[in-house]
Write a protein that binds this ligand. Structure first.
Ligand code: UT7
Length: 328
């Protein structure tokens, strides 16, 4: 019996920051941001933490399935911006939602966090360790962005997407296959230098602004274009899929040019590619479940549709998941 997504929801904070907001603060322009990235605006959470992004979306998942908090067996929070170093944000979400029967943990795989979490959740359900898992992809990126760094501040946003995974009786739908990859050599190009055990926070690390995300954009870009396109082509080949078998490519939303290259490599027309980077920027682990939730809300996902999820991010981590949509 396959593991299947049976509910999906998202939450983005209400405060919108258009590109013009950055024009007045940094040496940048709306034109540069739009043409180099595809971003027009993003949302920042002004008060609260990553768990506050997750809770409304998780509640909506429970409502969609008519479940109570006690029905959830496990919660996985994929994030690089946990509420605290410890306890886990999963434990905080468990407390805030009253998931009294659930265990859970945080999972750190940056922009690929949701794909890693989805596979982990699916494996737990398929092996009958648990019946119902909430997989949350969420980041409050604004908490680790240097407002003086134009090469990162303009790229990211805050948001969360949550899915519920359960068994399906129908073997034709659900999570079919995954290819997940990692190359730790990429750690030099997208990272946060201090705040962990390697460089614990001190006055010096804060003065040097080492608690902010740093990215060598061009180097990451080159690896991302190849990595995301290759892994997506690989999962198609492995499952004997042609473009006709795929209704939607749901890619990580880091840069429109990376997304276009991936779609081209898969032979997909642009109308089969979910894009919302223009409205939310890069919400790291949030991008893919937010996309899925919006597609579902807009009535664009039908039972049995072939969907490929793809990501590339810090680590490096990257991967692709093939599923047949299983919500009616
Ligand atoms: O989600 C996690 C994984 N991350 C990614 O996949 C992101 C991958 N990288 C990218 O998406 C792109 O590399 C960026 C959008 C970050 C940058 O675009 P780019 O086309 O690679 O630009 P670049 O870094 O090569 O910089 C080109 C120029 C530079 O100026 P010079 O040296 O040519 O004079 C930058 O200093 O653009 C300058 N620049 C900016 N100009 C205006 C960099 N950031 C900005 C900015 N506004 N915000």
């Amino acid at each position: 019996m396959p593991a299947n997504i049976t509910a999906v929801a998202h939450f983005v904070p209400p405060d919108v920051f258009p590109n013009s907001y950055f024009e007045s603060r940094l040496d940048t322009s709306d034109e540069w941001i739009r043409t180099r990235t595809g971003i027009k605006e993003r949302r920042f959470l002004l008060e609260g933490a990553t768990s506050d992004l997750i809770v409304p979306a998780a509640k909506e998942c429970l409502e969609q399935r008519g479940l109570t908090p006690e029905d959830i067996d496990c919660v996985i929070v994929c994030t690089v911006t946990p509420d605290n170093m410890f306890p886990s944000t999963a434990a905080t979400v468990q407390r805030k939602l009253g998931l009294t029967k659930a265990w859970g943990f945080d999972l750190s795989a940056a922009c690929s966090g949701f794909l890693y979490g989805l596979m982990t959740g699916a494996a737990l359900v398929e092996s009958k360790q648990v019946r119902r898992v909430l997989v949350c992809g969420a980041d409050k990126m604004s908490s680790i962005l240097n407002p003086d760094d134009r090469s990162t501040f303009i790229l990211f946003g805050d948001g969360a997407g949550v899915v519920l995974i359960e068994h399906s009786e129908d073997n034709n739908i659900g999570i079919k296959d995954s290819i997940l990859k990692m190359d730790g050599k990429g750690g030099d190009f997208l990272y946060m230098k201090s705040g962990g055990s390697a460089n614990p926070p001190s006055h010096e690390t804060v003065d040097n602004k080492e608690h902010y995300a740093v990215q060598d954009g061009q180097t990451v870009f080159k690896s991302a274009v190849v990595g995301m396109a290759d892994v997506s082509a690989e999962i198609m080949e492995k499952n004997n899929l042609t473009a006709d078998d795929i209704t939607w490519l749901v890619p990580h939303q880091a840069n429109l040019r990376i997304i276009d290259a991936t779609a081209r490599r898969m032979g997909l027309s642009p109308d089969k590619v979910m894009i919302n980077i223009d409205r939310y920027g890069n919400t790291t682990a949030g991008t893919i479940p937010i996309c899925l939730s919006e597609l579902w809300q807009q009535g664009k996902l039908k039972y049995g549709d072939g969907v490929i999820l793809a990501s590339f991010g810090a680590g490096y981590t990257w991967g692709s998941i093939y599923l047949r949509w299983g919500m009616k």
